[in-house]
Write a protein that binds this ligand. Sequence first.
Ligand code: HEC
Ligand code: HEC
Length: 355
Amino acid sequence: MPRGLVMVAMVGIVTLAVTSGCALFEDEKTAKGRKLYRHYCMHCHGETGQQAEGFNWERMPDPRPRDLSETAAMSTFSDEEIFNTISRDMRDTALQEVLDDENYFAVSTMPTFKYTLSEEELWAIVSYVRTLHGGALEFDVEGRRAQLESEFQAAKAEHDQARTVMDEALAKQEAEESARAAAEEDAEDDDDEDVEDEDEDIEEDIEEDDEEEEILLPEEEAYERASEKFEAAQTAWENFSKRPKMSQIRRPDLTAGEERQKLGEEGKRLYYDTYGCNGCHSIGDSGGLVGPALDRAGFRLNDTWVYRWIRYPQGMKKHTRMPNLGINDHDARAVVAYLDTLRAPKPDKPIPPLE
Ligand code: HEC
Ligand code: HEC
């Protein structure tokens, strides 16, 4: 092949690779992000980020997913902004204050992945999203890893130190108390006659003890603070490389508590305005097609099962496409009460054609 042609071919391949986010020159992180994107994002955003490409796009309520391949618009977002969009807490988008919050992405039908994926995985996805519009991740992920690790180490050292100080303070207090008790005993030995009085004294002491609040030593308070900080740093560090894990969701008692109907109405609002369940599930003719239709959820599904499912889908099916949306106990009860009201009749069976 003449040299000129080889050059043209090479330029062609490079251009193709850059413009289509082709796997040819992808680094490991971006490749990982591509896989995750295909599993968790593609149904709404399309394989190359273009509109109307994902099978769910047409069915989405407004605003439908924007074009992630559009360089001009997408390059105005920083890496951190994209990260925050895919890793936020869901909030009630019917509230004006939420819509007005400039730092919050207030579209309920764009789910969060904060409770489903590790931080490293989220950055890998951002890295892949960048390639969809010919960009590249600039955020220093390794730096972030190092920062979280050193914060964790520092919090651990502080925590260990606070424990030593607290242990010493407690030992000192105990020694002082037993010295005082010994001294009192000596004094009592001196007058044996007051036995009756003494019994009364003891009873009074016990009553007082019951009422008295437990007073913590300042060293104990400092230790509690250090423990909290340590736990937070540990979780952040662990969530960097591991997916968030919850303990098994217990079976709730769904009969008790608030009035069922009121709870169901609240659940409906949460379903649409906070958690955007309608982005993936349909009721009647509207709503997404990523998950099963929920028209007949009230007939088909068991409340306790639904409660446990929506609070922690990954606990029941590890690789499900339904993300954990960070739903708390109260909200889950309300959504369950709403789903229980969905009792559409069975679709009519088609009339068999006449012979
Ligand atoms: C249920 C459908 C759905 C899924 C799944 C989904 N998105 Fe979205 N996404 C939306 C909607 C709706 C919007 C809001 C309209 C818009 O701005 O694009 C959006 C917006 C965005 C935006 C634009 C944010 C901005 O500031 O305008 C980014 C980036 C994005 N999504 C990335 C992702 C990634 C990455 C994933 C997978 C981890 C994902 N989305 C999964 C529906 C979805
Ligand atoms: C990003 C899309 C997505 C979002 C958002 C979403 N789901 Fe799902 N959901 C799914 C998928 C996919 C399944 C099928 C699960 C599987 O088998 O892996 C599912 C399954 C379910 C099921 C079981 C249905 C059945 O017939 O077995 C229920 C109930 C459910 N989701 C309720 C909800 C509720 C309530 C919300 C909002 C709080 C919600 N989902 C948000 C995608 C989603």
